[in-house]
Design a protein around this ligand. Structure first.
Ligand code: FES
Length: 121
């Protein structure tokens, strides 16, 4: 079986992992099996919690529904649904960085107002 070397820098925890991952398994799943503790939530390519910046190498992520082709082309990847296609170096995103890029345009800006103004007679 083909395996690749991957270095994952968890910037929030200032922790780096150097691992060998098989080409036919999701990177997040393989990394966890080797002891890495990385951010995740949905595990199905929808929430962007596991997003990383790809610094070098190639991967494929055909089920990354939470990441537009444009963001993929910019070098972002969702580790929970990514397969290595070469040796890789990746680093975790800033909190909500990819979520904002992907979904921020759909939400209004400003504070949420709770409740309705009271009528004062
Ligand atoms: S954990 Fe939600 S997109 Fe990967």
């Amino acid at each position: 079986m083909t395996t690749y070397s991957i270095t994952i820098h968890d910037r929030q925890r200032d922790q780096s992992y150097s691992l060998q991952v098989p080409a036919d398994r999701y990177i997040l799943h393989s990394a966890e099996g080797l002891g890495a503790e990385l951010p995740f939530a949905c595990r199905n390519g929808a929430c962007t919690t596991c997003a990383v910046r790809v610094k070098s190498g190639h991967l494929r992520q055909p089920e990354a529904m939470g990441l537009s082709p444009k963001l993929q082309a910019m070098g972002y990847a969702l580790l929970c649904v990514s397969y290595a296609e070469s040796d890789l170096v990746v680093e975790t995103q800033d909190e909500d960085e990819v979520y904002e890029l992907q979904f921020g345009q759909y939400f209004g800006k400003g504070k949420v107002q709770i409740g309705l103004p009271l009528d004062e007679d």
